[in-house]
Write a protein that binds this ligand. Structure first.
Ligand code: CP3
Length: 346
């Protein structure tokens, strides 16, 4: 049942994304759903990650769990960056404790052709899960997401998680045409994955380029920026776009050239410095996820410090500076949400 009144025009999160003044500083956490929540472990028991991601009722339940528990200002769709890759038939598994593992890594011209376009028919469970969520979320907006071409390509080329991304960088330099072939096909897949989520009802998107910080600015501009820009272009006219990377202090300005309205800032760059460098961008971040393990007084002091540092920014969405760590105490995250809301209510 569609309900006009459920359109979250007064959402602090959407107001902040647009650079308007929200009724309070909105807060959500990257990886807010997942292993830190006992109800997540219970819901996931006996199901692989990719099975869970293709079961609409389970996706909706897991997406809702942190919204119920914390009262965050946005939900993030429960899925994974490799879901669209698996959906086009690539043999990829998510190995617990390791991450995505690709059976036959991508390294040749012939491999480029294995990356066909994503079609909405490949992921009917995404559309169905978002349909369920939009009804259940009411005024709380849903953030759709995708992995950016570089971060996805690194998994595909390395065959799994990598510290140095050596094979990926070697391919860029030795065979730029193969690199650009893989990255441009991934950009089309990511762009379509985002578009499908928006079409189904997601009201913002985040592009995760978690490993982009491994590149120099020159290589980022030459090998990655055009592809991330293409991935984000498809939803440019419809919803606000957040772009996030880890260890990307040297890439902040370059990453804004993708056109994203909101810049996700990791915990290594103070928000006041980011605000000076990106005066036209709304900032998202950036409490160090490890600080959640500190005692309450220290945690609240750090939360206040993030709010203070964000004061010069065009707008601020409170978040961690990377994902929630699996052993985090949910009670501590709730403390942060309440503090942000109390300290910023207008
Ligand atoms: O709440 C949310 O933020 C939404 C869900 C979400 C997941 N993965 C669920 C997940 C999001 C946004 C992601 C993105 C993702 N996946 C990224 C980019 C964000 C980042 O953290 O930098 C990356 C690099 C991946 C790849 C990936 N998938 C990794 C490294 C892992 C962890 C493997 C492990 O067990 O340590 C996954 C699996 C994964 N994705 C889990 C969850 C909840 C854990 C699986 C489980 O609970 O069994």
């Amino acid at each position: 049942m569609s309900n006009e009144a459920a359109v979250p025009t007064a959402s602090p999160f959407l107001a902040a994304c647009r650079g308007a003044t929200p009724s309070r500083t909105p807060v959500w956490f990257m990886r807010q759903a997942g292993r830190s929540l006992p109800e997540y472990k219970e819901a996931r028991a006996g199901t692989t990650m990719l099975e869970a991601c293709s079961t609409p009722e389970l996706v909706a339940e897991i997406t809702m769990q942190p919204v119920r528990r914390y009262g965050v200002d946005a939900a993030i769709f429960f899925s994974d960056i490799v879901v669209p890759i698996a959906a086009i038939g690539v043999d990829v598994q998510i190995v617990p404790g390791t991450g995505p593992v690709v059976a036959e890594p991508f390294r040749t011209e012939a491999d480029v052709k294995r990356l066909r376009n994503l079609d909405p028919c490949d992921v009917p469970y995404i559309t169905e899960a978002i349909g369920l969520l939009v009804k259940e979320l009411g005024d709380t907006p849903l953030i759709g997401f995708a992995g950016a071409p570089f971060t996805l390509a690194s998994y595909l080329i390395e065959g799994g998680p990598s510290r140095d991304h050596a094979k990926t960088k070697a391919l860029m330099k030795s065979h730029p045409e193969i690199w650009h072939g893989i990255a441009s096909r991934l950009a089309a897949i990511c762009g379509e994955f985002l578009r499908i989520q928006v079409e189904a009802g997601a009201q913002a998107v985040q592009l995760f380029d978690s490993w982009a910080g491994a590149l120099s600015e020159a290589d980022y501009r030459r090998f990655v920026l055009p592809h991330s820009t293409a991935a984000l272009a498809g939803v440019a006219q419809s919803v606000p776009r957040i772009h996030f990377g880890v260890g990307t202090g040297h890439l902040l300005e370059a990453m804004t050239e993708t056109g994203a309205e909101v810049s996700g800032i990791d915990f290594r760059i103070p928000l006041d410095q980011a605000a000076k460098r990106l005066p036209d961008k709304v900032l998202q971040g950036n409490l160090d996820p490890a600080v959640v393990f500190a005692d309450d007084a220290a945690l609240l002091a750090e939360t206040d410090a993030v709010l203070e540092a964000a004061k010069g920014a065009k707008g601020h969405i409170f978040n961690l500076g990377h994902g929630v760590l699996p052993d985090s105490d949910p009670g501590k995250l709730k403390l942060v949400v309440d503090r942000v809301h109390e300290a910023t209510a207008r």
